[in-house]
Design a protein around this ligand. Structure first.
Ligand SMILES: C[S@@+](CC[C@H](N)C(=O)[O-])C[C@H]1O[C@@H](n2cnc3c(N)ncnc32)[C@H](O)[C@@H]1O
Length: 238
């Protein structure tokens, strides 16, 4: 058989697989791109409606007063020295609290490249690092505690579940995440919308948190940060 015929035969046999592979790559990059794009548009348009922070009213000093008072004590009690704050947003409230936390390593991560770069230029030090990470699909660093405030509430259940599974897979010790204990049924939404979520309820099923830190949120009284020890079998990623 000539070289030309051999090539034709190879193409005929493998073209369908190459085409499927190409489609898969396209779909994956579209999904990732679109996730980042949605949050970039929200940030750029200040669609979370706060003049104090593009990360929204929840990231202001007033709304974080209660957790800023409780976090240093909790982290000290748990012996946390390395923390991943995902998503870190614009670092608006954490920048004043961080010195009190006495961490040896703080990693702020967000899906928005520009935001992370800006944080890094303004606040980066030898012990304070900012990196671009997608909580749903990137490998996350192993730390003592992952703080995940106000992110899962903006993701569809399918992606939220993958993000929690991803955090479990990092082999970090604790997860401290936004939860609304009075919510009975977790509703599905489009990426970038918002609804309250209870991480004890399906599909997360994390069970009762070891500790619940109530936030000082004016319009949603049971907004809290729940503490879970990881890994939790119910939601470990495949
Ligand atoms: C409402 S802000 C909360 C920021 C911060 N946790 C706070 O308390 O101020 C939500 C942030 O989640 C980020 N985000 C959304 N999906 C993400 C993902 N899959 N991985 C990492 N960050 C994400 C957005 O870019 C945005 O900065």
């Amino acid at each position: 058989m000539s070289e030309g015929n051999r090539l034709k035969l190879w193409l005929a046999t493998n073209l369908r697989w190459l085409w499927l592979l190409l489609k898969w790559f396209q779909r994956m990059s579209w999904r990732l791109g679109s996730r980042e794009k949605v949050f970039a548009q929200i940030h750029r348009g200040r669609r979370w409606g706060s003049s104090e922070s593009p990360s929204g009213g929840g990231s202001t000093p007033a709304e974080t007063a209660a957790i800023r008072a409780d976090l240093p004590l909790l982290l000290k009690r748990l012996g946390v020295s390395a923390m991943l704050d995902i998503p870190c947003g614009d670092f608006n409230w954490m920048k004043t609290l961080l010195p009190e936390l006495q961490l040896t390593k703080y990693i702020g991560a967000d899906i928005l490249r520009d935001l992370v770069q800006r944080n890094h230029q303004r606040y980066g030090t030898a012990t304070v690092d900012f990196i671009r990470l997608d909580a749903v699909s990137d490998v996350l660093p192993k730390v003592d505690l992952i703080l995940c405030r106000d992110m899962l509430v903006h993701l569809p259940l399918r992606l939220g579940l993958r993000a929690v599974g991803n955090m479990q897979n990092s082999e970090s010790t604790y997860l401290l995440a936004t939860t609304f204990p009075s919510v009975v049924h977790n509703e599905n939404i489009e990426t970038g919308a918002r609804r309250p979520l209870n991480l004890e309820a399906a599909p997360f099923n994390l069970g009762p948190p070891e500790y619940v830190m109530r936030e000082s949120c004016a319009d949603v009284p049971d907004k809290s940060l729940g503490l879970w020890r990881m890994p939790h079998a119910a939601c470990r990623a495949e």
